[in-house]
Design a protein around this ligand. Sequence first.
Ligand code: PEP
Length: 253
Amino acid sequence: MSPERRRPLVAANWKMNLLKGDAADFCRDLKRGLAAPPAVDARVVIFPSFPLIPVVARELVDSEVEVGGQDLSPADKGAFTGDVSASQLADSGCAWVLCGHSERRQYHGEEDELVARKVKAAARHHLTPMICLGETRDERRAGRTFEVLERQLRAATESQPELFALAYEPVWAIGTGDTASPEMAQEAHGFLRRTLRELLDAAAAESVAILYGGSATPDNVPGLIVQPDVDGFLVGGASLDPQKFLAIIRGSG
Ligand code: PEP
């Protein structure tokens, strides 16, 4: 990390996993683990599925751990059966929301334009969007990684949200055990940082946290976090085990 390093940010994407009791147990274990010495200097966010948000928010109310939704509607309210609005997320205790996760892009046909409208809806309701970006294996093989990242980043930030974080998640690394090497991650994060400098003023571009996501584990985070533009992790599979998630937090702080 750079000498004036950004505070690490580590987030758990639980996807469609866990029930209320598991979520409450997880939060208690996490709080116990974070309270044990040595002190952890990382910001931590949990992204549970919608029905678990009130349980997680309640369990974490006396901690610094924040909560976010895994998705949101671009609309503020109305006849959108099955959707969840930004204000409903905020009202349930969320401060964050994921936008454009590759599983939403892949299984729900979310394209850049929709992701951009979701980022705008989040900002309208003072939720911080964590914008997920990343190339597929075919795009990487075709030498199109930077082109894809630039397109996704420019589209998602077109509305100039005041606050946001990025999660670089190469699609080929998600849930596969095939983590990007530290050099590959830095190459992509460095490119995103340079693009942010074109889009934002200098201080804002430096302050955006760029997380790495894709089979992050307690074993591979130490090599990744020392890269100058890797500011933390968005963790899927390994975030379901509180001890592994804690080890990732401790390995990042
Ligand atoms: C994710 O889906 O955001 C993710 C990073 O998953 P995993 O850690 O399981 O690759």
